[in-house]
Design a protein around this ligand. Structure first.
Ligand code: NAP
Ligand code: F7E
Length: 341
């Protein structure tokens, strides 16, 4: 019988790549989708026709229990979150509820449905759990590069909520013997990245300027440095973590850092343009507390999981710019359902 996976955040970037990967691996894939008329669900159904949908919300404990009871998954991937860092200052409580408490609700749903009792021995249960932890937990970094032992100093309500989910996942592993792991993933991008994140904002901005649809691109802090990789590579790591002999946490990234300035330079160059002619900096786009730099040490994942990234920074940037040029040339609108590449 096919192994069964339940993915929260199925309508997001990673949910789509992970679902495709698991379908190729022969899994029966279920996606948890929220809302009674969520347009992202119909977009997802078009791209991922073989994914089955179960209704549920990370804010609603009962819905998660029902989803786990119905799907009877072998593996649960908790990717659902409020994931845009600036929004976490505007809606800090919602971020805590979805990105933080949502992890507790999902772990409880698994614990209850697996019959793992509170007072009993740490016997575990059969369902394996993946938590989408984030390099934002490192925040103001204490060392570079960051590995699985680096301390956390989150700089946003999002980072704080992720740290809660991270420690809770560890705690359920230690308290109940559950196979529960966290992937501490550094920034990963793709043509399916939300338009609010800087890489996609830049690739869409370049495409608009190249096609004469805009004449400038407004950005915030150009000096921030990130370790950017390709999302398709990172979902393979999620799956590998749940196939390991023992439940452990892993850092996933490329080990290379670039600044937002270098990102803009590379993206405009990929379209034959000079970034300095078009980029305008805007103080309003700076954050109340910035994460200045993030750079992964992914050695543990390489040695223990055999995981390696396959797409370089320059290849990723070119891929995103080409995709957005095609999308806009074909009259697509990145905010509309039909234009999800
Ligand atoms: P994304 O594109 O923003 O997707 C977020 C998903 O969460 C969407 O499917 C959204 O569904 C869902 N969601 C929001 N509120 C929900 C709720 N109340 N109940 C259930 N689902 C809800 O994020 P992503 O880039 O794919 O990232 C996936 C996960 O990895 C997130 O947890 C993110 O925080 C984490 N992460 C991402 C990166 C990265 O660089 N991409 C790095 C580290 C960690 P709707 O369509 O219903 O809104
Ligand atoms: O910002 C700077 C901004 O919004 C990257 C999420 O997936 O990765 C992501 O979080 C950097 C920041 O991603 C603009 O100040 C400059 O320093 O693309 P971003 P993020 O905040 O790093 C982590 C690992 C996650 O877990 C999150 O879920 O770029 N920046 N100018 C800008 N950023 C944006 N969005 N827009 C600008 O105009």
């Amino acid at each position: 019988m096919a192994r069964r996976a339940l993915i929260t955040g199925i309508t997001g970037q990673d949910g789509s790549y992970l679902a495709e990967h698991l379908l190729r691996e022969g899994y029966e894939v279920w996606g948890l989708a929220r809302g009674q008329a969520n347009p992202r669900v119909s977009r997802m159904r078009k791209l991922l026709a073989d994914v089955q949908v179960v209704r549920g919300d990370l804010l609603d404990q009962g819905s998660l229990i029902s989803a786990v009871e119905r799907v009877q998954p072998d593996e649960v991937y908790n990717l659902g979150a409020i994931s845009f860092v600036p929004m976490s200052w505007e809606q800090a409580e919602l971020t805590a509820e979805v990105t933080g408490m949502g992890v507790l609700r999902m772990l409880e749903a698994i614990r209850v449905c697996s019959g793992v009792s509170r007072g009993g021995t740490a016997a575990g249960g059969q369902i394996r759990f993946y938590q989408a932890s984030s390099s934002e937990m490192f925040g103001q970094v204490s060392e570079t590069p960051q590995n699985e032992r680096t301390g956390f100093h989150p700089r946003s309500p999002y980072g704080v909520a992720k740290a809660y989910g991270h420690f809770l996942t560890q705690n359920y592993r230690e308290s109940y013997g559950m196979f529960a792991v966290s992937g501490i993933l550094f920034n990963h991008e793709s043509p399916r990245r939300g338009a609010e994140f800087v890489t996609r904002k830049v690739s869409l901005g370049v495409a608009r300027i190249k096609l004469g649809l805009a004449d400038e691109l407004r950005l915030g802090n150009l000096e921030a440095r990130r370790d950017w990789g390709f999302a398709g590579d990172y979902v393979r790591a999620m799956h590998l973590m749940l196939q390991a002999a023992t439940p452990e946490d892993y850092v996933i990234g490329t080990g290379r850092m670039k600044s937002v300035r270098e990102l803009a330079e590379a993206a405009f160059a990929a379209a034959g343009l000079d970034w300095e002619r078009y980029v305008v900096t805007d103080q309003a786009l700076h954050r109340p507390a910035e994460v200045d730099l993030l750079c992964a040490d992914p050695k543990k994942a390489r040695v223990q999981l055999g995981w390696e990234p396959t797409v370089s920074f320059d290849e990723l940037v070119a891929l995103m710019v080409e995709s957005d040029l095609r999308l806009l040339s074909d009259g697509g609108d990145p905010d509309q359902d039909s234009s999800w590449p």
